[in-house]
Write a new protein. Structure first.
Length: 337
């Protein structure tokens, strides 16, 4: 954790801990963001607590995108001299696709043969085209208009978002280094343009730019007293989210607030280690968790109807599966990388 006398920068451990936070939000969002009748709602003064918490937890996407921008910027600036963009793309996309395809090879055949999730049932038409774009991770980029068919696993829309942001990264890198404020304005313009091919990044490019900016912008961590001012500011941002027409855009600012709160306060060692552990499994769990709680074992996950038990059940099941996948990766993906 960054000390109060340092600049607000994130170590690898910090990044993994924040990925762990994002993972917890991700599971909460997908479990409770709609009133599906499978869990007992918690009502406090007329507020549907789990439903509202599930909606707020959508901030997980902005957190993941922010950390991607931060990580890419750190790695790129660490290279001496001019950046070899060819090597950059080969390295990043190799890692991105090998992890993705491993999940495909394991979870799609099981879904197809054991749970009757046929390609015809998922895509409905032009199965070959949809399957091809889905395998490349760009399905949501190609089929981006309202009413278009979703990915085989709907959660995989995020891959199209990351791929497009990777493609735009060299341009954003030059822009951020030249004029960070101009980069923010450009991201805001893109966020407000209703262009179909930009839909996957429309509300998240700003979080990506914020992550990049944090690497080159010195943001001092406040002293012991002033740091508590971050908490009401963060609460205010969350409140505004419920009122704005663009809640997903507001998530970018909430993410920035969360990162600053994390930088300003020291977490208990056990909690920090737990979040780092979850962060290391976040990519795996993001890729397959929808199969577990929605397509395969929906009745089992929601069996208790208790929101906390439902959440912990899914988390434990996903962590166990991810630990198994990490063993598989040792002899497959990791060797290829």
């Amino acid at each position: 954790m960054t000390s109060s006398s340092q600049i607000s920068r994130l170590s690898l451990s910090d990044s993994n801990a924040l990925k762990g936070v994002a993972l917890l939000f991700l599971l909460c969002h997908h479990l409770f963001h709609e009133p599906n009748g499978l869990y007992d709602e918690v009502v406090v003064k007329g507020h549907l607590v789990m439903l509202e918490l599930g909606a707020l937890s959508k901030v997980c996407v902005a957190i993941f995108v922010f950390l991607s921008g931060y990580g890419l910027m750190i790695q790129t600036l660490s290279k001496e001299g001019s950046v070899d963009w060819k090597a950059f793309f080969v390295r990043r996309f190799k890692k991105l696709f090998l992890n993705y395809w491993l999940i495909w090879l394991i979870f799609v055949p099981i879904s197809y043969f054991c749970f009757d999730m046929t390609f015809t049932g998922s895509y409905r038409q032009d199965v070959g085209v949809h399957l091809f774009t889905d395998l490349l991770g760009i399905h949501s980029l190609v089929f981006c208009r309202p009413g278009d068919v979703t990915c085989y696993n709907p959660t995989w829309w995020f891959y199209a978002c990351i791929i497009l942001l990777y493609v735009l990264f060299p341009l954003l890198y030059r822009l951020v280094r030249r004029d960070a404020l101009l980069a923010v304005l450009a991201a805001l313009v893109i966020s407000l343009l209703p262009l179909p091919f930009l839909q996957v990044i429309r509300f998240y490019i700003l979080a990506f730019v914020f992550g990049m900016m944090m690497v080159i912008t010195e943001i001092p961590v406040p002293g012991p007293r002033l740091r508590y001012l971050y908490l009401p500011v963060l609460a205010l941002l969350m409140f505004f989210r419920t009122m704005t027409t663009y809640p997903l855009l507001m998530d970018c600012f909430i993410t920035l607030g969360l990162v600053q709160v994390y930088s300003a306060f020291s977490l208990p060692v056990v909690l920090s280690k737990g979040l780092v552990f979850l962060g290391k499994h976040s990519m795996n769990i993001f890729l397959f968790h929808t199969f577990i709680f929605y397509f395969w074992f929906r009745d089992f996950i929601y069996a208790s109807r208790n929101p906390l038990i439902i959440f912990l059940t899914l988390l434990v099941v996903c962590v166990i599966i991810s630990m198994f996948l990490e063993q598989v990766k040792k002899y497959t993906v990791n060797k290829l990388l």
